[in-house]
Design a protein around this ligand. Structure first.
Ligand code: C5J
Length: 220
């Protein structure tokens, strides 16, 4: 049993029953010219966690853990994109529009792909998702059940949107969840800090949080 020095108290997991869920480390959110930047965000904040996310994935993969990558993206015909998501706000570019890395958040386009450093490796599982939560309209729940997974470690972007939504979905489904603090990031540092505080408040109401170093130390 691996024991992580976590907040609000020690998080214990069996590597064989634990998956890392790396959320939406896609070029459209992280690289210049992508969707995140067209929304006016500083993408450099997100790019800064790529080496840490890679270290987490590489170490957990080497420990025999299940690795799952999600991508927020849509069908080219946008049939899976609700009008509310497509039309909300006043961005310069919308989902499906042509941009520097192809059509924004469309499956198969360069921008919707993962940043090269975090490209899935042999044996990793890749899921596309049309929503913020990774359980909505995906086979994630079935995959976890078939693999006997009971514990989930979360990284990725953005902390308060897709990562937190998925972690809450998982928590309600009975998974023991840990948010890896320095393997997740937000365009808004105060939202990341608030998410970490929310997760571990009230005795771990959504789960635990710990830095990558504490996870790696637990894996020995
Ligand atoms: C957002 C995400 N922020 N992956 N997506 O729209 O968090």
């Amino acid at each position: 049993m691996a024991k992580v020095n976590a907040q609000p108290y020690t998080y214990e997991f069996e590597p064989a029953k634990t998956a890392v869920v790396m959320i939406d480390m896609q070029r459209d959110f992280i690289l210049h010219g992508g969707f995140g930047e067209t929304l006016g965000n500083n993408v450099d904040l997100l790019a800064a966690i790529v080496p840490t996310a890679k270290k987490l994935l590489d170490s957990c993969r080497a420990a025999g853990m299940t690795i799952i990558h999600t991508k927020e993206c849509h069908r080219p015909d946008l049939a899976d994109c609700p009008p509310s998501k497509l039309t909300r706000g006043n961005p310069t570019l919308r989902i499906g529009d042509a941009a520097a890395m192809g059509r924004i958040l469309i499956d198969g386009e360069e921008g919707s792909d993962f940043v090269p450093e975090l490209a899935p490796q042999s044996g990793d599982i890749v899921l596309t998702k049309p929503g913020k939560g990774a359980f909505y309209a995906t086979p994630l729940g079935d995959i976890l059940r078939l693999k006997g997974i009971t514990h989930l470690l979360f990284g990725g972007v953005t902390t308060e949107v897709c990562v937190q939504t998925t972690m809450r979905e998982a928590n309600d489904r009975g998974y023991e969840c840990l948010l890896v603090e320095d393997a997740t990031e937000s365009y808004f540092p105060e939202f990341k800090a608030a998410t970490i505080a929310m997760v571990r408040a009230q005795g771990g109401i959504v789960g635990w949080t710990a830095p990558t170093g504490a996870v790696l130390a637990a894996l020995g």
